[in-house]
Design a protein around this ligand. Structure first.
Ligand code: NAP
Length: 327
């Protein structure tokens, strides 16, 4: 099969679509002929040599997939050759074929394209697990989502609005904030033009839950914005992770800081997340009221251009890589 291989010995570590061995099918797995995958920031970090895949995972980039089953292992039940599926992966998505434990599969919702389905698992699971399980957001609570126009942010806005929450987002351009408002955000703040903490304070006084990928630069302001019992969940540290911090500021309001990552969780944990996500939000996906925001679609051979777009923070929603046009 063909897959994207990082030419790590070359300047700029270019991505090249080339022949590689197909993955070996385990008895409880299906083999999927990939139609689409999508970019995640983790791919950029892995390409740069800063985010090795977890033990046992493919060294090929790509954390999600959509396509058709072409082979079924002897211990698989409930799935057949020809089924249209999508799934979270620990790696290996930028390829013509992937193998997936059958318990991690989701059907492609009726009416969705493979391009949409391939852009769904990573960001919707990330938004779901961090807001609804880690932070355990409660009815009536207010959420602040940084990076609101990114892949995770646009998934988070949709899930939070579906669940009836007030949602505030930050983003770096007026085009992005306008998009977030259209998507349902109650307040969208251009953090380059105004202090997001001041804007949140004026709007609601404070928030109960914050989903943050900025880290050091935002820590003090985030903590000050939390109401009593508030939770701040870190999923990345785009501005860095080193910061001086007064732990005493957590005590009086009984605040909780939570760090969380999806990729290195066990298959059992990922299956549990999938099942809880499907129980809570599958009806909305199936009726199309939540769906990935697609920023751009590139043929897989143009993965370098797709990476450039994400590294320049140009995307609103997901950048998709089309692997095949068949089916
Ligand atoms: N822990 C986990 O399990 C997990 C899972 C998935 C993703 N993540 C992480 O979550 C983050 C968001 O993922 P994504 O898929 O939504 O990425 P994305 O689509 O690239 O969106 C991230 C957005 O963050 C903003 N940003 C970038 N650098 C920034 C900085 N220094 N300060 C403030 N804002 C900055 C940019 O938008 P603006 O133009 O608005 O600034 C960028 O578009 C990534 O860092 C990713 O690695 C973590």
């Amino acid at each position: 099969m063909k897959a994207i291989v990082v030419q790590s010995e070359q300047e700029g570590r270019p991505l090249v679509w080339q022949d590689v061995p197909a993955p070996v099918l385990q008895p409880d797995e299906v083999r999927v002929a990939v139609q689409a995958t999508a970019l995640n920031r983790a791919d950029l970090m892995q390409r740069a040599g800063n985010y090795p895949p977890p033990p046992g995972a493919s060294s090929i980039l790509g954390l999600e997939t959509a396509g058709k089953i072409i082979e079924v292992g002897p211990e698989v039940s409930g799935w057949q050759v020809g089924d249209a599926v999508c799934a979270l992966l620990p790696g290996g998505g930028y390829a013509e074929q992937v193998t997936v434990p059958h318990q991690l599969l989701m059907p492609v919702p009726a009416g969705w394209s493979f391009l949409q389905a391939g852009a769904m698992p990573e960001v919707f699971y990330t938004a779901f697990v961090n807001l609804f399980l880690e932070a355990a957001i409660q009815p009536g609570e207010v959420a602040l989502v940084h990076g609101g126009a990114g892949g995770v942010g646009t998934a988070a806005v949709q899930l939070l609005k579906k669940a009836g929450h007030t949602v505030i987002v930050t983003a770096g351009t007026d085009k992005k904030t306008a998009f977030c408002r259209k998507l349902g955000a109650d307040l969208a703040i251009n953090y380059r033009q105004e202090d997001f903490a001041e804007a949140v304070r004026t709007y609601t006084g404070g928030v109960d839950v914050i989903l943050d990928m900025v880290g050091a630069n935002y820590l003090h302001r985030n903590v000050r914005l939390l109401k009593v019992g508030g939770r701040l969940v870190f999923i990345a540290m785009l501005s860095g992770g080193q910061v001086e911090f007064d732990l005493g500021s957590l005590l009086g309001r009984r605040l909780r800081l939570i760090g969380s990552v999806l990729r290195s969780r066990s298959v059992a944990e990922k299956i549990a997340i999938k099942e809880q996500f499907m129980t809570r939000f599958w009806p909305a996906a199936a009726e199309g009221t939540i769906t990935p925001v697609i920023d751009a679609v590139y043929p897989i051979e143009q993965a370098n251009d797709a990476h450039r777009r994400m590294s320049q923070n140009k995307n609103i929603g997901k950048i998709v890589l089309q692997v095949s046009r068949q089916g």
